[in-house]
Design a protein around this ligand. Structure first.
Ligand SMILES: *Cc1c(COP(=O)(O)O)cnc(C)c1O
Length: 366
């Protein structure tokens, strides 16, 4: 049996450190916004090569708070790719702005920068590139367009910690960048957690006020903030995991390389493509086939877990019926939703397991 994801190897590797940390946390009795959050914010900013990092409760809040401090709201439009995870669209809706969908490239599954300009109107305020499946979007080109039209960039970097375009890290291109440390992300906490990264001291300060009830000085509220603090214990755990990220990333790349090798002769499937000048961190290994549902059922019968990321694009979700889109509105996003399948990929997955997945896929098509 090969699960879609497993935390077993990772958790075993760091068990001693985690338990020790929990004991000292328990004895210290400081539960909210303490040393661990401050230290993690510094360490993560340094790791991501940005001037600042502000820890928040989760990835969705990181995106929502970023839009809010930039003053984006009712009547504004925000460009986002049509095949994103629902969180990016929801963040835009939360501030009262309208998501304007732009199709992805069919080969990289990421925002097609060549289609952005046509969607810019006088109401457009920002572009939110979503670095799906571990691959950063083509940020240099996107930044050129944003600069030319005077738009903000807010990266959704929930899935691509460590991915680079032209040597520059995901999460370091935008004015503000949201990331998630949901347990299954490449850097995952043991619960919900997220962060905003930025080079702007002013914006970082505003986010840190907004996440804590809009209060800089206790019980004095300058703005109507929210409670979206990064949990002290999760920050402590993330500080333990961050130094392992490079090693775990290398392991993900190795597993992806085994997949490319094992699947290269199966003509019926389309393998993920990495854009030029991009390094991929393989948060997910997503293949495509028109026989996706049958393949998934066959793998399930052979005790191999897979997941569909994502079966319904945001514009066809019930929650977004108000936007008035019908099937066919974004054919590339729809094609990806109908044909994509994410294969098992997790720390501790060995070569034999990858080969078994590949051979089982081969068997299905024979
Ligand atoms: C996980 C994820 C989010 C949201 O993160 P949470 O921490 O679950 O709120 C946002 N965008 C993308 C692309 C994600 O994968």
């Amino acid at each position: 049996m090969i699960p879609f994801v497993s935390f077993e190897a990772m958790n075993t590797q760091i068990r001693g450190q985690i338990m020790q940390k929990f004991e000292s946390f328990y004895d210290k009795r400081w539960y909210v916004l303490g040393e661990e959050v401050r230290a993690f914010e510094q360490e993560y900013a340094q790791w991501n090569k940005t001037q600042h990092c502000v820890g928040v409760a989760n990835g969705l809040d990181a995106l929502y708070l970023s839009l809010r401090v930039l003053g984006i709201g009712v009547g504004d439009e925000v460009i986002v790719q049509s095949n994103t995870y629902i969180a990016t669209a929801l963040a835009i809706s939360y501030v009262g702005a309208t998501p304007v969908f732009v199709e992805p490239r069919i080969d990289t599954y990421n925002l097609d920068y060549q289609l952005i300009a046509a969607k810019i109107t006088p109401r457009t305020k920002a572009i939110m590139p979503v670095h799906l499946y571990g691959q950063i979007c083509e940020m240099e080109q996107i930044k050129q367009i944003a600069d030319k039209h005077n738009l903000y960039i807010i990266e959704d970097n929930a899935q691509a910690h460590g991915s680079t375009h032209k040597g520059r890290l995901a999460g370091s291109w935008g004015h503000l960048n949201g990331t998630s440390f949901y347990p299954s992300k490449n850097l995952g906490a043991l619960g919900d957690a997220g962060a905003v990264t930025t080079d702007s001291a002013e914006l970082a300060q505003k986010i840190s006020v907004l996440r804590n009830y809009g209060s800089e000085k206790r019980y004095y509220n300058e703005v109507k903030g929210v409670n979206s603090r990064l949990d002290e214990l999760q920050a402590a755990f993330l500080r333990i995991k961050l130094p392992y990220l490079a090693e775990w990333q290398a392991e993900r790349l190795q597993i992806a390389a085994w997949y490319f090798e094992g699947l290269k002769d199966i003509k019926e499937i389309i393998l993920p493509k990495t854009a030029q000048d991009v390094t991929h961190v393989f948060h997910l290994f997503v293949i495509r086939t028109p026989k996706r549902d049958e393949l998934q059922a066959f793998l399930q019968k052979n005790e191999i877990g897979t997941v569909i990321h994502y079966p319904i694009p945001p514009h066809l979700q019930e929650a977004y019926r108000d936007l008035g889109f019908a099937k066919g509105a974004f054919p590339i996003a729809e094609e990806l939703a109908d044909t994509s399948l994410s294969l098992p990929l997790y720390i501790g997955m060995n070569r034999l397991q990858v080969e078994e997945v590949c051979q089982t896929i081969g068997k299905f098509f024979r």
